[in-house]
Design a protein around this ligand. Sequence first.
Ligand SMILES: *Cc1c(COP(=O)(O)O)cnc(C)c1O
Length: 500
Amino acid sequence: MTDQPYDEPTPQESLDPENWEEFRAQARRMLDAAIDRMQASRQGRVWTELPGDIKDALKAPLPHEGWGTEDVMERMETLMPYGAGNTNPRFFGWVHGSGTPSNLLADIAASAMNANVGGRDHGAIYVEKQVIRWCRELFEFPETASGIVVSGTSMATIIAMKVARDVRLGFVSRKEGVCGHGLVGYTSTETHSCVARAFDLIGLGTNALRRIPANDRFEIDMDALRAAIAKDREAGLTPFVVIGTAGTVNVGAIDPLEELADLAAEESLWFHIDGAFGSLGVLSERVKDRLTGVKRADSLAFDFHKWLHVNYDAGFALIRDETLHRAAFTDRPDYLKAKERGLAGGNPWPVEYGPELSRGFRALKVWAQFAEFGTERLGRMITRNCYQASYLGEQVEKTPGLELMAPVALNICCFRYAEPGLGDAVLDAMNDEIVIQLQEQGIAAPSTTRLKGRLAIRVNITNHRTARKDLDILLQEVLRISASPEVTAVRDKALAGLNG
Ligand SMILES: *Cc1c(COP(=O)(O)O)cnc(C)c1O
């Protein structure tokens, strides 16, 4: 461009639209495309691999001269159909929320404000504070509890473990680190890997996390837990935290939370709960009686983007004692000092409750989801999914050739195709192929896991669009595909491998 480098940019050089009316029309077109996309959630294939030409286009070098709005809009519109498929009612993989069209609106408003929610005194801060109060209320935590909206349960777990660590070490660990700490924590073998990652990231190392065996219902074995704590104390180590799960990732099991809370009190341990999706069961008539222990936790990590269907990403760290939470993170250099008045007011700032300084306005879409739908309706969605998982479990048990792999505890059903007379190694290979075929044919998207060493087709239902007919289709298709040439070829190859 040829304009003066130090003067106001020309309309062509500006990063604002040259023509606002034209931009308005383009934005409306994009909004329509986005709404079309969500309106079509129930139709078509679940997952489609990104076509080669789009993959290639995404290898283009860094643009020196911009491509312009039209070109970029077209590329985004072309991309939109190629999500993971989690807005579709037959997406059953891992634990994904299915999102809402309404959340598009919150994202637009948040983006327009372009708020940095690390601190200061402005509208977004008050929205997040209301979300914090609502979360306190939701889980019956005291007035003195604090919290922070984060990317997800993984980040929330890191925050909670850091607070627990620093509390036990009297906060000197913040300056001196944790060399020779001797701290050990306890959780079950069924716990999500984000807890071990948190131990790694806060310098304790993953060996400091003891993996206690689970019982037949995939819940932590309390006797084994007590024995492990006693053994570590005898060895001169310092037990500091016990982590229970409300809704395990493999089968949706709920650890005995009340018993864990009692044990933590007796042993003076921090009690943390990973409630990524399952803790939201407090909103469901069918589940809430099994979650009475949640309110006794010292900290709780959970997601809005799973069973509350907030569009990605949003999770939360809820800490029972605000002073301990703040003491683990506060650190305000001169350029971030608080003021009584003006824009630098609004204390305390979110930066004092987590590792991030600049943060986006995730809280708005969370706020909007609660505000628009209310907890009763969101809770009914959760209840519905639990009934659906039970229904699927019953159908599996009624169907010759299918085998239920774990009791249905919540919203997850694990089963496999089990042709009589075939060993586990062959069945593992066949079930793996069945799942890949379901995904690649665009029919459904379950995932797999291993239970007691055997591969299971894992159907997780955190999806407000799923209906019973989707589960019927899934089972019909599993049976059809199990007899297809692709799967019988896998069976024959596995059998030949065993005999060869
Ligand atoms: C999804 C999940 C996590 C991790 O949460 P993210 O939001 O993906 O970081 C942790 N624990 C359980 C039980 C989960 O289901």
